[in-house]
Design a protein around this ligand. Structure first.
Ligand SMILES: Cc1cc2nc3c(=O)[nH]c(=O)nc-3n(C[C@H](O)[C@H](O)[C@H](O)COP(=O)(O)OP(=O)(O)OC[C@H]3O[C@@H](n4cnc5c(N)ncnc54)[C@H](O)[C@@H]3O)c2cc1C
Length: 327
């Protein structure tokens, strides 16, 4: 019978991503509720030294697949490695982050294993001894509770920045297991030939703790400098609505929403954004939403925790000046 909760760790350049801590912390909670062990799975090359850290966040065991073919990430190699490990160990629950990498990997892995998968979940729980995932549907208008029937492992991904990270306990240790994975070249159909990094130093939207976002109300690309100034001050990333992206004011990579990025920062400041359902789908799970809009009937105010009805070209600079007093 399938046993144990697995959390697939995500690392880049040997550094664990924030979503890894979220998934391991949440995995610990679920493992406790099921009365089972939590195993973290770490893949990459020369990454064994990171295993201990996963123990601090709650892993009982850490399976380390250390192979040069697992660095950098490729869908083929990771899918092959994890599928082999799952088939050999038969876990009951398999969790990973719904990051760009996690969405890519989880889709392929669930197909390879022939199991159901709940993507981009905002909560996990155990009901009557069964794992249940909660995920937004209808562009965030409703939440579905997803249970699994005869599908092992129960597979789900967690929306980044939603689940709480446990306080690390450096006295915790885990059994570290070197995994034997066989990655023959004929199974690896893709090869990374070059990585072109974004050298702008911009904070990645999906990982940002704070986001200042601008929509059509910004009136033109040149006006984003007022958002950038505020964002720089508070350590935020700058996002945009699709209207702003379609107008060519901001790159597509800045778009938040149903056809853009799904973000869940602690603070989301929406400036000149009406709050269309497709935009809300991308930021509705933000912890605190501030809306600045001159139209008191703009739908964004129904979602906002704090709203300022006013001209953003007056409100944003005034807010920035106020913030400066506290820095
Ligand atoms: C299939 C599909 C997918 C989509 N995906 C996305 C998506 O991923 N992301 C997304 O954002 N949209 C998406 N859209 C588009 C979405 O429906 C809206 O058209 C879009 O979000 C509107 O962007 P906006 O709020 O910037 O513009 P508008 O709706 O035009 O709103 C502009 C707002 O700015 C305010 N404003 C104007 N001037 C000022 C000022 N000086 N001060 C303060 N406020 C001011 C106005 O009152 C208004 O509320 C999608 C649509 C479809 C059909």
């Amino acid at each position: 019978m399938a046993q144990g909760v697995w959390a697939i760790a995500e690392q880049r350049d040997g550094e664990l991503r924030k979503v890894t801590y979220e998934i391991v912390s949440e995995g610990r909670r679920i493992a406790d509720a099921l009365g089972q062990e939590l195993t973290a799975v770490l893949l990459g090359s020369n990454i064994k030294d990171k295993a201990e850290e996963l123990a601090h966040y709650g892993a009982d065991k850490v399976i380390v697949a250390d192979d040069p073919k697992l660095d950098p990430y490729t869908t083929d190699a990771y899918t092959e490695a994890i599928a082999q490990l799952v088939q050999a160990n038969d876990p009951a629950v398999l969790l990973m982050g719904a990051s760009v990498q996690g969405k890519d990997l989880s889709a392929r892995l669930s197909a390879r294993l022939g199991v159901a998968m709940a993507q981009d979940c905002t909560g996990f729980q155990v009901e009557d001894g069964n794992f249940v995932a909660i995920r937004p549907i209808y562009a965030g208008k409703a939440y579905a509770k997803v249970a699994f029937e005869n599908s092992w492992p129960n597979m789900a991904t967690a929306r980044p920045n939603v689940m709480a990270v446990a306080e690390p306990d450096s006295s915790r240790s885990a059994e570290i297991i070197d995994a034997n994975v066989d990655l023959p070249d004929e199974k690896l159909k893709t090869k990374v030939v070059e990585i072109i990094r974004d050298e702008s130093g911009k904070i990645e939207l999906t990982e940002a703790d704070k986001i200042v976002s601008g929509g059509r109300g910004m009136k033109g690309p040149e006006n984003y400098k007022i958002l950038e100034e505020l964002a720089d001050l508070i350590g935020a990333a700058v996002g945009a609505s699709r209207a702003a992206v379609d107008a060519g004011w901001r790159p597509q990579s800045d778009q938040v929403g149903q056809t853009g990025k799904v973000v869940s920062p602690n603070l989301y400041i929406a400036c000149g954004i009406s709050g269309a359902i497709q935009h809300l789908a991308g930021m509705g799970t933000s912890k605190i939403i501030v809306a600045i809009n001159k139209d008191p009937d703009a739908p964004i105010f129904q979602k906002a925790d704090y709203g300022v009805v006013g001209d953003l070209f007056e409100v944003v600079p005034a807010f920035t000046e106020e913030v400066k007093k506290y820095l």
